[in-house]
Design a binder for this molecule. Structure first.
Ligand code: AMP
Length: 330
């Protein structure tokens, strides 16, 4: 079998046969090791994938994008703002399972930040981001600057309604979904993906983007990814680096309160009273609460009984100046 395959012999006498690929990680190479005593053995070693192509201008993006779909390969897009963590990586792995080629966009989108928010200080970790994407075998990174995305004279904004006006994030960040919808529409028309991956961490955002892709016939299927958490339950977020040690210790209260509130609701307690207890727990841990709410998991409408449909519990709260969000299936 080996003789029929192309192979490479290195200076230690190791023979590498044709690489075969693993679906969600670096490709593997089988090595036939020829030690001094001539007893053959096979070893499997990891071969690092190629670095992704990086496109910073629309013309280089379009060139790279045409390359990707040469043999009709399907393409999945993972939109991010960089400062990548395991939550982002989980979306990349989901994307790899869905499509032959994976594009990750890294763009800190100014139009979704209000003037008083953290656009200027948002963490930027380009080198480690690219190392992570390379390790995952990502094909293309789309990294435009703000001028490329919003050139002089830019004057169009997508104004989502429905889930974007559900009275959750939109109540506290009125600028947010307009900015997200506009940039995501642009990302979709620029990259033309077959699939796009969004995290349940930003549950309302996932609903907004799903609705928008349907309403505008954007030809992309939206796929949600489960929330990835730290060992103590805190949902991973690029903003967690802002937390002081004391705040970091308090932060898992959001997740533990979501779980306790859900348990009480499931045990038959009135939703309003279970939520009131949850609000008190979050405030006692030092947070300023924006909301803790039970919503219909599909429509995001307020819900007060399990009889009325699937329930999602969502929370947003500030600790110090850092705003954290989380949610669970109740
Ligand atoms: P961001 O870079 O924060 O804009 O996030 C990019 C994508 O990653 C969004 O679809 C987020 O919902 C998703 N995401 C962020 N944090 C997590 C997490 N802890 N688990 C899963 N997905 C996440």
């Amino acid at each position: 079998m080996l003789a029929a395959s192309p192979f490479i012999i290195n200076s230690t006498g190791a023979v590498a046969t044709l690489p075969f690929s693993r679906r969600d990680g670096p490709s593997l190479v089988r090595l036939l090791v020829l030690p001094a005593n001539d007893r053959f053995s096979f070893k499997t070693v990891t071969r690092m994938p190629n670095a992704p192509t990086i496109a910073r201008t629309l013309s280089s993006l379009h060139r790279a994008r045409s390359e990707l779909s040469k043999r009709n390969a399907s393409v999945a897009l993972v939109p991010t703002m960089g400062a990548l963590h395991d939550g982002h990586v989980s979306l990349v792995r989901l994307a790899k399972r869905r499509a032959k080629k994976v594009v990750v966009s890294i763009f800190v989108n100014p139009t979704q930040f209000a003037a008083h928010e953290d656009l200027g200080s948002y963490p930027r970790t380009w080198k480690t981001d690219i190392a992570k994407l390379k390790a995952e075998g990502v094909d293309l990174v789309w990294h435009p600057d703000a001028k490329t995305m919003y050139p002089e004279g830019f004057a169009t904004r997508v104004a989502p309604e429905g889930p974007a006006t559900a009275g959750l994030e939109d109540r506290f960040r009125p600028h947010f979904f307009g900015g997200v919808a506009t940039v995501v529409t642009k990302l979709f028309t620029q990259v033309r993906p077959d699939f796009a991956l969004f995290g349940e961490k930003d549950f309302q955002q996932m609903k907004v983007v799903t609705r928008m892709a349907r309403d505008l016939d954007l030809g992309v299927r939206i796929i949600g990814g489960a929330i990835v958490r730290e060992r103590d339950g805190l949902a991973m977020s690029s903003r967690n680096v802002y937390l002081s040690p004391d705040q970091r210790r308090a932060a898992p209260t959001l997740f533990s309160t979501l779980k306790t509130t859900s348990k009480r609701m499931r045990a038959g307690e009135d939703f309003r009273s279970a939520i009131k207890a949850g609000e008190d727990a979050i405030s006692s841990a030092g947070f300023t609460l924006d909301y803790l709410e039970a919503r219909h998991a599909e429509t995001l409408a307020p819900i007060s009984s399990f009889k009325d449909g699937p329930v999602r519990l969502l929370v947003a709260a500030k600790i110090g100046t850092t705003r954290l969000i989380d949610n669970i299936k109740a």
